[in-house]
Design a protein around this ligand. Sequence first.
Ligand code: SAM
Length: 253
Amino acid sequence: MARPSGGGSRGRRKGGSRGGPSSGAGGRGLSGRNLKVRVKTAKRRSASSARWLERQLNDPYVAEARKRGYRSRAAFKLAQLDDRFRFLKSGARVVDLGCAPGGWLQVVVERCGRAAHVVGIDLLEVEPVPGAHLLVGDFLDDDAPDRLKAGLGGAADLVLSDMAASATGHAKTDHLRVMALVEAAYLFAREVLAPGGAFVAKVLQGGTERELLAQLKRDFARVNHAKPAASRSDSAEMYLVATGFRGDPEPSP
Ligand SMILES: C[S@@+](CC[C@H](N)C(=O)[O-])C[C@H]1O[C@@H](n2cnc3c(N)ncnc32)[C@H](O)[C@@H]1O
């Protein structure tokens, strides 16, 4: 796979301008101005897979990710969130939960530089990302937190979660499953974050559950919800961005 263009291993805060999806403000301004590709349903292609293919072919972020060597269009979401909230710091210790196929990891390594410690986990195997330590497994397994901590080798500056449970099509069930992953990620984050650290996680529209939000507000100086431009408007996903971890949290319930 082609390496992402620009950025390289330069620490972003020291290096100034950033390459990859960060250049051009995380790919902002991309539009579907090119001719629209239409996909017909064929004998062996269902209407829904034809719709998916048509969307992929007409999605400027898919094309841009391919051009720049990013493994997923999701790379742009992280870049755009970081352009706004500035949580990727040079030399940071970062955990990426649900990291396959590795688009976020590529952005993290690019922006945090060579001195960073980056650990990712996913149910799926991920093709190696230079500069990142990758684990295969279920984050909800009992041994996952210790495996991640061992890979990190110190308190984390940032915990990312883009984990998504496969959709059942039943909105309430899907919401509960995503929120269960967010809550588990948050409990892990408050255990491993260094004071001043940040937590960024995918949630569903409607935002974060009231109780979790209240806890986050106690633990972090700033808590925001954001929908980056690269997140599809017809998707219910949005991102929780909590920065300025206060440290020394009360024991979790
Ligand atoms: C939207 S994808 C992540 C995309 C990634 N951020 C990127 O940029 O390439 C969500 C990932 O979460 C993973 N996932 C869901 N539940 C998980 C769990 N319990 N433990 C580990 N990974 C999980 C899925 O396997 C999937 O690869």
